[in-house]
Design a protein around this ligand. Structure first.
Ligand SMILES: *[C@@H]1O[C@H](CO)[C@@H](O)[C@H](O)[C@H]1NC(C)=O
Ligand SMILES: *[C@@H]1O[C@H](CO)[C@@H](O)[C@H](O)[C@H]1NC(C)=O
Ligand SMILES: *[C@@H]1O[C@H](CO)[C@@H](O)[C@H](O)[C@H]1NC(C)=O
Length: 266
C-alpha cells in the first residue's frame, strides 16, 4: 500500500468468469507445501497434472505467464511462496470476488488446466491498444492481460481449489497474486505507458522455456527480456467500488468483472 506521492489513483484487477459443469467426486490431496481441496472431474476427464502436481503447477503458470511477458518485452516472473500461500488460502474460500489484498490478483474458474486459464488472461491483449500516447489503460476485458505483462511486477504465486459448486462456483477456482501489483491507473494512464508494451516484432523467437520456468524451483530468473526503464511505484489491486485512504495516498478501486464465456459452456 505504499506509494510515493499523493495523487489519487485507481487500481483494479478483473474477475474472469467461466462456467464449467464438470461431474465431480470428492477427493482430497495433500501436497508437499499446500493442501488442495478439490473434487476430481469425472473419470473420463482426469484432473490435469498441471493442477495435481505442484511442480507442474508452478512450471505451467510460469511458462505461460513468462511466455506473454517475453513477447511483451518484460522480464520473467519468479515464484513467490508468500503469494502462493495467500492465493491458496483465498481460493479455498471459494469466494468469487477479489480478496482486496495488497497484491495484484487474477482469478479464473472452470478451466481444465492451468495453461488454458493463463492463456485466457493473456489473449485479452487482442483488445488492448498499445498506443504510446493514448493506450487503453485499465478496462475490464483487458485487466488480466495488463497485470500479466506489467513491467514492474516481479513475482507471482497461485493456488487453486475445486469448489464443486460451493457458493455457486463450479469447477476449479484458480487464484494468482502478483507482486508488486500492476494495473495502477491514473495520471492519463502514465503507469500503463510505463509498464505495458506491445508485442515484440520477433514474437516468441528466442523464448527460453528453461529460463522462463527457473523460478518454479526457487530460483530467480535473470532478466532475459529487456524493456524501457522500470517504473518503481507499487500499487494495490482491488475489485469493487471503494475508496481507500492512507497518510500518503488515496486509491480508488473500480468494479471489474470481465464476463467471458468459453470452452463451449454457458
Ligand atoms: C511453454 O510455453 C510454450 C509457449 O506456449 C509452449 O510451446 C511450451 O510447450 C510450454 N512448455 C511447458 C512445459 O508448458
Ligand atoms: C514475495 O512477495 C512478498 C509479498 O509482498 C514480498 O514481501 C517478498 O519480498 C517476496 N519475496 C521475494 C523473495 O521476493
Ligand atoms: C488445456 O486445456 C485446453 C482446453 O481444454 C486444451 O486444448 C489443451 O490441450 C490443454 N493443455 C494441456 C497442456 O493440457
Amino acid at each position: 500500500m505504499r506509494l510515493s506521492h499523493s495523487a489519487p489513483v485507481i487500481l483494479a484487477t478483473a474477475l474472469l468468469f467461466i462456467h464449467a459443469h464438470a461431474q465431480v467426486t470428492q477427493t482430497e490431496v495433500v501436497a508437499t507445501t499446500v493442501t488442495h481441496y478439490y473434487t476430481a472431474p469425472a473419470p473420463t476427464v482426469p484432473l490435469s497434472s498441471q493442477y495435481s502436481d505442484d511442480l507442474d503447477f508452478r512450471t505451467s503458470i510460469l511458462n505461460s505467464t513468462n511466455f506473454y511477458r517475453y513477447e511483451h518485452s518484460v522480464p520473467f516472473l519468479y515464484w513467490n511462496t508468500t503469494l502462493a500461500a495467500y492465493a491458496q488460502e483465498y481460493s479455498s474460500k471459494c469466494d468469487w470476488q477479489h480478496s482486496h489484498g495488497a497484491y495484484g490478483e487474477n482469478l479464473a474458474r472452470g478451466y481444465t488446466n492451468v495453461t488454458a486459464a493463463v492463456e485466457a488472461w493473456g489473449d485479452e491483449r487482442k483488445d488492448y491498444d498499445f498506443s504510446t500516447t493514448n493506450p487503453t489503460g485499465f478496462t475490464e476485458p483487458t485487466g488480466h492481460f495488463t497485470q500479466l505483462v506489467w513491467l514492474s511486477t516481479q513475482s507471482t504465486g497461485c493456488g487453486w481449489t475445486d469448489c464443486d459448486g460451493q457458493n455457486g462456483l463450479d469447477g476449479i477456482y484458480l487464484v494468482c497474486e502478483y507482486w508488486p501489483p500492476g494495473n495502477l491507473i491514473g495520471q492519463n494512464n502514465y503507469w500503463f505507458k510505463q509498464n505495458v508494451f506491445p508485442e515484440r516484432p520477433a514474437g516468441d523467437d528466442g523464448f527460453n522455456e528453461l529460463e522462463a520456468t527457473r523460478g518454479a524451483t526457487g530460483g530467480v530468473p535473470s532478466a532475459t527480456a529487456s524493456a524501457s526503464p522500470t517504473a518503481s511505484g507499487t500499487s494495490m489491486a482491488s475489485a469493487n467500488v471503494e475508496v481507500r485512504r492512507s497518510n500518503l495516498w488515496a486509491a480508488l478501486g473500480v468494479t471489474v468483472a470481465a464476463l467471458l464465456f468459453g470452452l463451449g459452456m454457458s
